[in-house]
Design a protein around this ligand. Structure first.
Ligand code: ATP
Length: 248
């Protein structure tokens, strides 16, 4: 049985002046699936996330749950249940974990809830609580980022993307800076999140994390998909080995 298709791109292309940053990219992410997007520096991974989420001008089609959204604003795309994280995903240092998430709720457009949280009461619909629960951070809701481990801080970044009935998250190097042990624990959390039915597109340079946690992978090189398949298939693919050695 095929999982529900959350994200599909068809012929997605992005040009920056003379540079083809994304060329004809066809990718799918299903519900509950963790799909990796890997490739050497400059391959076009962040550009792909920018294009899908509406932050880069693109041609081709982007469908979320079967609905064309490639002409919609980033804000509208966020409201159809798709969210991203940013490479430098700073948290607000002076706000608690819960308040950081409340800000994210506000940005999705659920303003009434924000007022509740900032006033110290529980938000009516439990949107923040739900996101905290999914990433296992309920116990640290009242702490500030500098009182958390780096791994927990990274999970707050993920939780921020999950608020507001997010079905699909695009994570741009969410584990950057974590050591091997922390990265594995982070991967376990991603699996738990996916098990709730969320689809995850994961960009990361940490190959052990990506190979360990992803169901399927796409490999980009010079803006083009040069290989796709399971982690096992990808590791043995000569084109992939060549792309990585070529950039070393
Ligand atoms: P990294 O792993 O280093 O983050 P990446 O795979 O995410 O790299 P992108 O950042 O998407 O790669 O860059 C793809 C190409 O597009 C590169 O040649 C880059 O220089 C170019 N590029 C990216 N953003 C812009 C921009 N805003 N204007 C012009 N060129 C850009």
């Amino acid at each position: 049985a095929d999982a529900e298709l959350l994200l599909q791109t068809r012929g997605l292309s992005v040009h920056y002046g003379g540079v083809t940053a994304n060329a004809d990219i066809d990718i799918t992410v299903g519900a509950g699936e963790i799909v990796g997007l890997i490739g050497p520096n400059g391959a076009g991974k962040t550009t792909f996330v920018d294009a899908v989420t509406g932050f880069a001008k693109s041609s081709g089609e982007v469908l979320v749950s079967g609905q064309r959204i490639d002409r919609a604003s980033p804000h509208r795309r966020r409201r159809v249940g798709m969210a991203r994280t940013w490479q430098a995903g700073e948290l607000f240092a002076d706000l608690t974990v819960e308040q950081n998430l409340a800000v994210a709720v506000q940005r999705v457009g659920l303003r009434a809830l924000v007022t509740d949280v900032l006033n110290g009461s529980r938000p009516a619909a439990g949107v923040v609580e739900k996101a905290l629960d999914v990433v296992g951070l309920t116990d640290v809701a009242d702490r500030r980022p500098d009182e958390l481990t780096l791994g927990q801080q990274k999970l707050v970044g993920v939780a921020r993307a999950l608020v507001g009935d997010t079905r699909l998250v695009l994570l741009d190097e969410p584990a950057a800076g974590l050591d091997t042990h922390e990265s594995l624990a982070f991967g376990d959390e991603l699996r738990r999140i996916a098990a709730t039915g969320v689809g995850i597109l994961l960009i990361d340079h940490d190959m052990s994390l990506v190979l360990d946690v992803c169901d399927r992978l796409y490999v980009l090189d010079f803006g083009r998909v040069i290989a796709s398949g399971t982690p096992t298939e990808i590791q043995d693919d000569p084109a992939v080995v060549a792309a990585y050695l070529g950039s070393a």
